[in-house]
Every structure is written in C-alpha cells, then in structure tokens.
Design a protein around this ligand. Sequence first.
Ligand SMILES: Cc1ncc(C[n+]2csc(CCOP(=O)(O)OP(=O)(O)O)c2C)c(N)n1
Ligand code: SF4
Length: 288
Amino acid sequence: MTEVSKTEINKKLNTDYKITWCPGCPNFRILESAKVVLSNLMKQGYKQENFAMACGIGCHGKIFDYLNISGFYGLHGRTIPTAIGLKLGNPNLNVIAFAGDGDTYSEGVEHFVSAGKHNANVALFVHDNQSFSLTTGQPTPTSEKGFKNKIDYSGAKLTNPINPLMLALSSGITFIARANARDVQGTAKIMEAAIKHKGFAFVEIIQDCIVFNIPINNRDKDMYYLKKIPATKDETIKLMQEYDYNINDGKIALGIFWKEERLTLEDQFPQLQNMIKNKIIGWKNLKR
Ligand SMILES: Cc1ncc(C[n+]2csc(CCOP(=O)(O)OP(=O)(O)O)c2C)c(N)n1
Ligand code: SF4
C-alpha cells in the first residue's frame, strides 16, 4: 500500500464537515485518492470550479460533504443520470460520480447498462463493499455466495455475485478499470486516467466494509496490477473472469482492463459542441 504525503493535497479541496464514516472505513482512503487526483489535475491547469460531482445515497455518498467541489447529491440508484444531467447542462464541466455497488448494480442497473450506449464524458467511481452498508448490510448483486446478513441468516448460498466488469464490457462502456481503495496512490492514478478518458469511464473500487461484510475484507494479498491494458478483448475477458467476487476464488487484477475511443454523447449534439467550443455556460446563453 502506498502512503500519501498530506502536503500533496490542495487544502482548497477540504471541507469543515465532521466525517461520520466508521473509524477505519476505506471510504476515507477513497476520499484521499479523490483529493490526490484533483490536486494533481489542478497543478496541471484544471480548475476546481470546473469539476462537478454526482453522488448516490449510501455510506459512499457522504463524500459529497467532504470534498469541496460543487455538484448534485442525487437519489439512491440515480447517480449516473444525475451525472449525465450535469454534463448535458454544462458540457464544459469535468463530471465525476461516486456511487455504491447497491446504488449502481441493483436499483441503478438500468442506467449502468445504458451508460456505454450514451458514452457521455463522465467518470464513475463505484465504492464496491459488496453490501448495502448504510442500511446495515443487506446483500447487493456483488455480495459473495454465502454472505450472512440480516435478511438471510443462512447466507445466500444459492446466489452467485455478478461480475460488474463483465457487465460493463458487454454494455459497451469505453473505459473499464478496477482499483483497491486501500492503495491511495494506485487508485488516484486510475482515477486520473478515467477523468482524462474521452467517454464514459467506469472504475470499480474494491472497498472493505469493516462492519457489515467482514469475510470479504483484506484481499490485498490476492491483488496485483496489470502491467498494461490487455491487447485483445479475449485477454480482457480472461483477466476480468479471474476473480468472480467470491471468497478465495482467484487473483484480483487491478488497473485498466479496457479502453476504446468512440463518439461521445456530447460529440453528437451540435448545441453541446458549440457550448464546448465557445466555452458557453448554460443553455440560456446559447444563441438559437
Ligand atoms: C430510491 C431509494 N431507494 C432506496 C433507498 C434506501 N437506501 C438508502 S442507502 C441504501 C443502501 C446503499 O448501499 P450502497 O449503494 O451499496 O452504498 P453503501 O452504503 O454500501 O456505500 C439504500 C437501499 C433510498 N434512500 N432511496
Ligand atoms: S458501515 Fe461500512 S461502508 Fe459504511 S462507514 Fe461503516 S465501515 Fe464504511
């Protein structure tokens, strides 16, 4: 795990809100990664006021209060359309979205599978703790087989988790990556590539929940970074399938699994192109 030097963080990204995540929750590390990447980008000339975020409702969504960029704290399950709405409202913004696994793969799954189709220039970061944690640990589509929880004391032995990376690939998402919340610098590097990708970028962040899904925690020893983006789709699929989101099943590859260039949603609307080219903010300022 890479340690972060506090001096790398631009203090303008901090807020005064009291953080209410459980002490030790890896959401702290995801917040740190977000601050590292935004600090780096601001050094490269990106402006703080040109970032906007959308968040779902869940433990992950509290990041909205702790990261000093504007945006829209949306509804559970609706993080992706909220983010796309921000982008359509002002395509000059760098839109990022923080969502939960329940938020994205359960109630919001229809938006996830449509995200590749639209290919809006948005970066989605999914905090995947394999549990609906804010509501005290019900199973989500990525919960491991045998996850004991309040609605199934025996563990859902019959249900297998979905593989969100495979779902993203088959949905046509143009940037697909996986990160480990506990590696702040590694996650920040992947987030930066996602933000710079032209099109819809999806980063699945493996995150422990130290209260509601303990068996799936501490998988660092099984994780390794891909040396480069796989050269073929077959290789991508093979690497994505190495880990099936169960316990003790396979190595867990991290890094970028898939990246392709396609027309974005903004590319296909002349009005949006006009707003980008002439840096016009707001539809009301667009000459008709
Ligand atoms: C439309 C809607 N559906 C359901 C809920 C209830 N709800 C709030 S948070 C939550 C669980 C969040 O789980 P996840 O998205 O995995 O995030 P986590 O808390 O694990 O970070 C649910 C089901 C809600 N607030 N709004
Ligand atoms: S319940 Fe889990 S995900 Fe939520 S703050 Fe606590 S440790 Fe983090």
